[in-house]
Write a protein that binds this ligand. Sequence first.
Ligand SMILES: *Cc1c(COP(=O)(O)O)cnc(C)c1O
Length: 370
Amino acid sequence: MPQIPLLDLRRGFSEIEEEVLKGFKEVFQSMKILNGPNLQAFEKEWAEYLGVKHAIGYSCGTSALLASLLALGIGKGDEVLLQANGFIADFEAVYFSGAEPVFLEVDPKTFGPDLNDLRKKITPRTKALLLIHMYGHPCEMDDILEICDKYGIILIEDASHAHGAEYRSKKVGTFGKVGCFSCGPVKNLNAVGDAGVVVTNDDELAFKLKYFRVHGQVEKNHSHFPGLNTRLDELQAVILRARLKTLDQKNEKRREIARYYTEKLSEIPGLLLPPLDPPHKKSVYHRYVIGTSKREELIKFLKERGIGTGYYYPIPLHQHRAYFETFGKSWNLPQAERLARELVAIPIYPELTQDEIDYIVDSIKAFFNA
Ligand SMILES: *Cc1c(COP(=O)(O)O)cnc(C)c1O
């Protein structure tokens, strides 16, 4: 029986192994471990790739998000809108900023925020929208930019699922005041440890973000504003530079697999499938999620056939125990809750073989035919 884990990081590494080991060797010879040439080069290359002025490496996506909110002056008394289907790191950034989270219903056609719900939840205290391009699908940026513009809402993008995704030929993460990316091991652009990066066209914000990650020390040993230690190290930068060279090619492979899955699985009645791209969007399928009320049975069936699956995410943001007492009550978010109950991710990495892809499709069909 084939064994197809949800993600297999061993595959694909051999392609960059030589380059990475050479890069590591140079780092160890120079021992420039922090703020070295690879960090600076990665920041330049990532900014160029996205078509944005500044990229600033961060220790992880979570710290990138928190730093962004703080650098924008978001805090006590402010409300921040965010999709209830996001990752917990998005909520944490709002929580630790001191602002109040306002959870948004989800549009199951895009996995982005439901725009009617979004419009209804704007108040005079709404300071920012934290927008998440879930699973690599670009949100409806024309509408979102119009709303943000009309009400003076700061747009912060979390593009941690969406490295290289495009909306009207512009890369996601570059629409907002600031764009945050996790480059952790499981992401489309992935280090071999924690890593992240923020991007912006705003010089002043870039300055703050550059120094927030080193304790706000614009001068050595002198903090000009509050900060933390949240740097991206040189070894992870070596890997990210190597990976970036094939990001587009790998994303294209993911898109091919996604199209194939959708074509084959659309024969199954009642199965929720991710959207196929309209002409103005380019998704990068960080995850391929399908939705069914028989999720647990499907997961068990696939496991018995050697196929790994995953939950993204099984508990909507407003229902986590840690925050429930303070923020979790009285939300009416039936779509977000349904998606949390029904969605399951199936393997979609660029290194899957056609035989494996067919085996996955046949197994899912077999489950629903039984
Ligand atoms: C992974 C992820 C994060 C957090 O990034 P880390 O690098 O793990 O801290 C934030 N948002 C989303 C959508 C993510 O998938």
